[in-house]
Design a protein around this ligand. Structure first.
Ligand SMILES: [Zn+2]
Length: 367
């Protein structure tokens, strides 16, 4: 069956996503032959939806962990794995944009075309940047700090947006990592060489190979149709995250991919990376760190004092360590308006709090 932009537009309208904000994970190959290729798919999405978001991940500047920075339970074999960093290109936040590096093999041709589309903004996360196109594209991509990989998806939840899977299964659904963060699984810590010579922490996602096992638990939310050969599924992101949070609370092992060797999903299930002295069973406190306040506090601290951010200056390793522990303590206790109210373990209540609008979580750049 030969597909074109109009057929895809018709299919997207049948899914009921006209005028909505949508995070898209798509496989061009799943459509069969498309006249106009990836460009036709991108144009159809932009004509039907209000704002379109796509993950545009890369590993620019990725380097090895500094000797003095070894958080445990971090899905990283410190003893056994060293990355070859001889030709490493440092990350420059001032020049990183839609024309910068993309892992095309991993992300696919549709995100590559999306980045080339006029009007597309790209967030400045060194590992897990997101691209957006539409009237709110600048808002979705602004201030995507390295410490908060899920920020664009949190904004999509505020807008009651949708997740659209075009020919891919839940293994490609990044919103499930957001649900992991809500239940207290901190994103993994990796390290990036910046253009100023500093090595800084970034946070990124873990293993998603087992996420398709969640499909029966979210099937009632899914709207599915065939667009040509492509199996298209749409979920409301807020309900999707809520349902997955409930499942993870009762069946945390569902995200284990079953590999015999050490895999990131094993550390993720235990709560993700921990600093020295930090206990493993910290569901309540990690939910504070995982919630929207973490972003607000981190941003505030970066504005307050440049040196208090998670910068590793290789000439001052001791300053770095003290800043990290000081920062972790601050994130847990300082200025959290919900500190008392969040002392409960029920995931459904936690996520309601997470969605609370009383304290204005992510300021809009224009206001
Ligand atoms: Zn795994």
């Amino acid at each position: 069956m030969n597909m074109n932009e109009e057929c895809i537009q018709t299919g997207l309208c049948e899914l009921g996503i006209q005028g909505r904000d949508v995070a898209v994970h798509a496989s061009l190959r799943s459509f069969g032959h498309v006249t106009g290729g990836a460009e036709a798919v991108v144009h159809a999405l932009l004509k039907v939806c209000r704002n379109v978001l796509m993950p545009t991940f890369c590993e620019i500047g990725r380097t090895n962990p500094p000797q003095e920075d070894r958080p445990r339970q971090n899905g990283w074999d410190y003893a056994g794995y060293r990355k070859d960093t001889t030709n490493i290109v440092p990350f420059d936040p001032d020049t990183f944009d839609a024309t910068s590096k993309l892992n095309v093999n991993e992300m696919g041709r549709i995100p590559a075309e999306f980045l080339r589309t006029p009007g597309t903004f790209r967030s400045k996360h060194p590992s897990v940047s997101w691209a957006a196109n539409g009237p709110d594209a600048a808002w979705y991509t602004a201030g995507h700090i390295a410490d908060d990989p899920n920020l664009p998806l949190k904004r999509l939840m505020e807008k009651q947006g949708a997740v659209l899977l075009l020919g891919v299964d839940l293994a490609g659904c990044t919103a499930i990592h957001l649900a992991e963060e809500v239940v207290g699984r901190s994103p993994f810590i990796r390290w990036v060489l910046y253009v100023d010579g500093s090595v800084r922490r970034v946070r990124e996602y873990g293993c998603s190979d087992a996420f398709p096992k969640l499909a029966p638990h979210v099937a009632s939310l899914a709207k599915q149709i065939a667009i040509g050969q492509c199996h298209a599924v749409c979920y409301p992101i807020t309900q999707l995250v809520k349902n997955v949070v409930k499942v993870l609370a009762t069946q945390p092992q569902i995200t284990l991919c079953g590999r015999q060797t050490l895999c990131r999903c094993q550390d993720s299930m235990k709560g993700g990376p921990k600093e020295d002295g930090e206990a493993n069973q910290t569901v309540v406190s990690t939910s504070l760190r995982a919630g929207p306040h973490r972003h607000r506090w981190a941003t505030q601290r970066e504005e307050d004092n440049e040196s208090s951010t998670h910068i590793c200056n290789r000439n001052h390793p001791h300053r770095y360590i003290s800043n990290v522990s000081e920062r972790a303590n601050t994130l847990r206790t300082e200025g959290n308006p919900h500190a008392k109210q969040q002392q409960h373990a029920c995931p459904s209540r936690r996520i309601r709090k997470y969605l609370c609008t009383r304290h204005g979580r992510y300021p809009h750049p224009s206001g």
